[in-house]
Ligand binder design. Structure first.
Ligand SMILES: C[S@@+](CC[C@H](N)C(=O)[O-])C[C@H]1O[C@@H](n2cnc3c(N)ncnc32)[C@H](O)[C@@H]1O
Length: 347
C-alpha cells in the first residue's frame, strides 16, 4: 500500500508536534482519545459490502477482527448482532475503537497484540473458537496520515513506522544501522524497487555524514538519488519496504495463516484483505494448498491425500473492488479479498 494523499484524518493526535512520538512511544502524557472520530475520518473500511456478505455475521456468532483499526469492519459485524473481539497491535487504534464501539457494550472487546499470536488470546486459550476471522492487512489511513507515526514521506515526523510497541525496530534503526546489502534486499523484495542499489548506496553515504532523524531527511535523500519522474513520489516504494520490514508484516501474516485453523470453528470463515502482491501471493498459495484434497506428483503411482487439507474456497478467485468503491475510496485500488471456510473434518 502506498501513501497516495488519502485524505487527512482529523483529530487530537494531529494537534501534536509533528516530530513528537505518540503517547506509547514517549514519556509524554498519553494522548486523550475520549473524542471519537467518525469511522470514515479515521479509516474508511474497504469492501464493506463484500465483507458483510462473505462473513455473514449474525447473533450468536463470535468474530475475531484481527486488524481492528478504526473499527469499521467490526461495526458491521456488531450491527448484525455478532460478538466481536478486536485485535490490533496499535494501542491508539484500540483506544479509538473502544470509545467508538462502546454503545455495543459487552458484545465488543479488544486484545492488544500481533495477530500472529492469535492462539494466545484468552478466549482461544479457554477453548472458544471463532465463527469468523478477518485480517485487513497493512496500515490504516489514520496511521499513515499521522505525522508523528513516521509512515509518511509527505509529512515531517520521526523515522518510526512502528504499528505498535511490539514492533521490533524503528525505521531509523534500519536506515542508520542495517548493512547496505540488507537494505538493498528489502527494497527489492518488499518495495519491488528497481533502483534499490542506488537508493541503498545513497542512504549509506548520507548516514556516514549524518544519521537520518526525520521522514523528510530520508525522502529528500531518495529524491536526490533517483530524481522525480511522473506523479508518484520517488520515496513511495522505499517507505513501503521499510514499513514492512519494521513491522515484520510478511512474517506475521505467515504465522497467522498457520494458526487460523486452530482459531476457527468448523465452518468458520476466514477473510483476508491484502494490498501488496507478496501478501496476496502468500494468502493465495496457502489457501490453494489447504483446499486441495489430493496431491499429485509425476513420480507417484496415484494421488495422495493432502494432510493439510482443511479449507473450502468460498470464492475461487480474489475479489477486487468495484469501480464505485475505488472512486469513493482510492486506497481500495490495490485491495484483494480472499475468502475460505474451515471444513468439518472428523478424524
Ligand atoms: C488496514 S487497517 C484496518 C482497518 C479496519 N479494518 C477498519 O475497518 O478500520 C490495519 C490495522 O491493523 C493493524 N495491524 C496490521 N498488522 C497487524 C498485526 N500483524 N497484528 C495486529 N494488528 C495489525 C494496524 O495497526 C491497523 O490498525
Amino acid at each position: 500500500m502506498q501513501d497516495g494523499g488519502l485524505g487527512t484524518a482529523r483529530g487530537l493526535v494531529d494537534q501534536t508536534d509533528a516530530c513528537a512520538a505518540p503517547g506509547w512511544l514517549s514519556a509524554q502524557a498519553p494522548v486523550d482519545f475520549s473524542e471519537t472520530l467518525a469511522a470514515g475520518d479515521y479509516h474508511l473500511p474497504v469492501f464493506p459490502a463484500e465483507v458483510a456478505e462473505w462473513m455473514a455475521p449474525g447473533p450468536d456468532q463470535f468474530i475475531i477482527d484481527g486488524t481492528l483499526g478504526g473499527g469499521g469492519h467490526s461495526e458491521i459485524f456488531l450491527k448484525a448482532g455478532a460478538r466481536v473481539l478486536g485485535v490490533d497491535r496499535d494501542p491508539e487504534a484500540l483506544a479509538h475503537a473502544r470509545a467508538r464501539l462502546a454503545p455495543f457494550g459487552e458484545r465488543f472487546s479488544t486484545w492488544e497484540g500481533n495477530f500472529s499470536r492469535l492462539p494466545e488470546i484468552p478466549e482461544i486459550q479457554m477453548g472458544e473458537r471463532a465463527d469468523g476471522l478477518l485480517m485487513d492487512l497493512g496500515v490504516s489511513s489514520r496511521q499513515l496520515d499521522s505525522a508523528a507515526r513516521g509512515f509518511s514521506f509527505m509529512r515531517e515526523g520521526p523515522l518510526d513506522m512502528r504499528m505498535g510497541p511490539s514492533s521490533p525496530r524503528t525505521a531509523a534503526d534500519i536506515v542508520n544501522r542495517w548493512p547496505e546489502a540488507d537494505i538493498v534486499r528489502i527494497l527489492f523484495e518488499y518495495g519491488e524497487e528497481s533502483k534499490a542499489r542506488r537508493i541503498a548506496g545513497a542512504i549509506v553515504r548520507h548516514r556516514a555524514e549524518k544519521p537520518f532523524v526525520t521522514t523528510l531527511d530520508l525522502a529528500n535523500c531518495i529524491e536526490k538519488a533517483i530524481g522525480r519522474q511522473g506523479r508518484t513520489h520517488p520515496a513511495t516504494k522505499t517507505f513501503q519496504a521499510i514499513r514492512m520490514a519494521v513491522n515484520e508484516e510478511l512474517e506475521s501474516l505467515a504465522t497467522a495463516l498457520a494458526a487460523a485453523p486452530a482459531v476457527l470453528k468448523p465452518g468458520g470463515r476466514l477473510l483476508i484483505i491484502t494490498f501488496h502482491s507478496l501478501e496476496d501471493r502468500m494468502v493465495k498459495r496457502f489457501l490453494k494448498h489447504r483446499s486441495t484434497e489430493f496431491l499429485d506428483e509425476p513420480g507417484w503411482p496415484e494421488p495422495r491425500p493432502n494432510p493439510d487439507y482443511q479449507f473450502r474456497l468460498l470464492a475461487r478467485k480474489a475479489i477486487i473492488p468495484t469501480a464505485e468503491e475505488t472512486s469513493l475510496n482510492p486506497r481500495a485500488r490495490s485491495a484483494k479479498l480472499r475468502v475460505a471456510q474451515l471444513l468439518d473434518l472428523k478424524p
